[in-house]
Each structure stands twice: as structure tokens, then as C-alpha cells.
Write a protein that binds this ligand. Structure first.
Ligand code: ZN
Length: 249
């Protein structure tokens, strides 16, 4: 019997020791979160300058009023979709070690994923720009404009990276370790255009990792480093994949 690509991918996962997920904007889009880039992306409507670190420090009120609109009024209601759920299920079955995500929406954790490396940080957390205290986002925290640290009264910043900031050290270190240790990467909903995140699957490939790719259209990875391409929507294909894995267990 000739296997289709979903069956091949399921077999590969079941016969591997270390499988890692790697997700991008395409996964969040299916939960109703628009991408930043491209047609209909948020940067068509908003000025990306509001997330420039220097602008933020010199104009915290202006920056914060747009940040609230985009990330808290608008994104706040998004729920995990089948792609998030499938990854959480694979982890629960002991078949997935971690998820590296470029998304900042916390939806992997909300779907039940335990080990998540957030390459660009997390919008559901706040950090004080003075005393480094951390807070979960809440209406109370967001009330001020700009929001202030309850401990020391200084400016709070959402704990995702702004333009001009480096990748969070821990997430970067763990992502590189995954690229060194994984035998399979499942790359989902990312076109491979955002550096340095896009280099992680490439690093994995150079270490001999097999790449399963899930995308609606071919990306910079397809035909270059992808071993098995599952073409389609992230939620649909990841559910098929998780279902196929369950059938074979
Ligand atoms: Zn503080």
C-alpha cells in the first residue's frame, strides 16, 4: 500500500526519539490572530514604529495605547485551535519533547503544552523596565496609561520582544539545543522569512534532523530542506497527523 504524506509523517514521529514542534504566525491566524506581515497584516494598519524600543521609552503613552488595542482588546479573546491541541496531545502521549514558537499569544500553553520555548516572548506577561518584576496581564495592570509597576511605579513593558531587542536568552539557548538534539522538527505555519527564528530549522537540518512541514503554500523551507510536506491549513493537517499517530499506537 502506498502511504500518503500524513501516514509517512506519523510513522516518522512514532519511530523517532526526539520530536520538536516549531510554529509561526500561520498557527495563530487560525485562532483569529492576524499576522504582522503581508497583505492584511497588522503592519498595513498600524505603524510598526510603536514597537520600536526607543520610541516606546520616549513615548510610552502613545506606544501603550496602540499596544493595548492590538494585543489586549483584539487578541485577548483568541482560543487555541486544532493545531495547538494536536501538539499538546502529542506531548501528552510522550511523542513530542517541546514546542518552539515565534508566536507571543500564549495559545500553546492554553491548549495544554507544557514545554514551550517562546522565541519572541509572551504578550500575557509584563515586565517592569526598572525592577524586573514580572506580572501576568490583568485588567488591573492594564488600567494605567502607561501601565505602571505595582512594586516600584516604573513603566511596564509587555514581555515580548520589540524591534531593536534581542531574542530572550533562555528561549534562544533551548531552541539551539533542540536543533542539536531533535531527530524530527515539525515546522508549522511559518514561511521561514523571519530571521533569526527561521535559522533554527535550518540548524536542525544541518544536524541531520528530518523536517515535516505543514503550510498552506510552499515556503522557503519547501524543496530546500523539507522531507515531508503536508500542504494545508495547520489545524486540519495537525489534527489528521495526531489522529493517524493515535491509530498506529
Ligand atoms: Zn518595578
Amino acid at each position: 500500500m502506498v502511504q500518503n504524506n500524513v501516514q509517512k509523517a506519523a510513522d516518522l514521529i512514532l519511530h523517532s526519539e526526539h520530536v520538536t514542534g516549531f510554529t509561526g504566525a500561520g498557527v495563530s491566524v487560525e485562532s483569529g490572530i492576524p499576522p504582522f506581515r503581508g497583505e492584511d497584516g497588522l503592519w498595513e494598519k498600524y505603524d510598526p514604529g510603536i514597537l520600536d524600543l526607543d520610541f516606546f521609552y520616549s513615548n510610552p503613552e502613545k506606544s501603550w495605547s496602540v499596544i493595548k488595542e492590538i494585543f489586549y482588546e483584539f487578541f485577548g479573546k483568541a482560543k487555541p485551535n486544532n493545531a495547538h491541541k494536536a501538539l499538546a496531545e502529542l506531548e501528552d502521549m510522550g511523542l513530542l519533547k517541546s514546542v518552539i514558537t515565534q508566536n507571543i499569544d500564549n495559545l500553546h500553553q492554553e491548549a495544554g503544552s507544557q514545554v514551550v520555548y517562546e522565541f519572541h516572548g509572551n504578550s500575557k506577561k509584563m515586565v517592569c523596565t526598572n525592577c524586573d518584576s514580572n506580572y501576568d496581564v490583568s485588567n488591573e495592570i492594564l488600567r494605567g496609561n502607561p501601565p505602571k509597576c505595582p512594586q516600584c511605579g516604573s513603566l511596564l513593558k509587555p514581555d515580548f520582544i520589540f524591534f531593536g531587542e534581542t531574542i530572550p536568552e533562555y528561549a534562544y539557548k533551548k531552541s539551539v539545543e533542540e536543533a542539536q538534539n531533535a531527530d524530527v522538527f515539525i515546522v508549522i505555519g511559518t514561511m521561514g522569512e523571519v530571521v533569526p527564528a527561521s535559522l533554527i530549522p535550518q540548524m536542525a537540518k544541518e544536524n541531520g534532523t528530518k523536517i515535516i512541514e505543514v503550510n498552506p503554500t510552499p515556503s522557503l523551507y519547501t524543496g530546500q530542506m523539507t522531507d515531508i510536506f503536508l500542504q494545508g491549513r495547520a489545524g486540519e493537517k495537525m489534527k489528521e497527523l495526531a489522529d493517524q499517530v493515535k491509530l498506529k499506537i
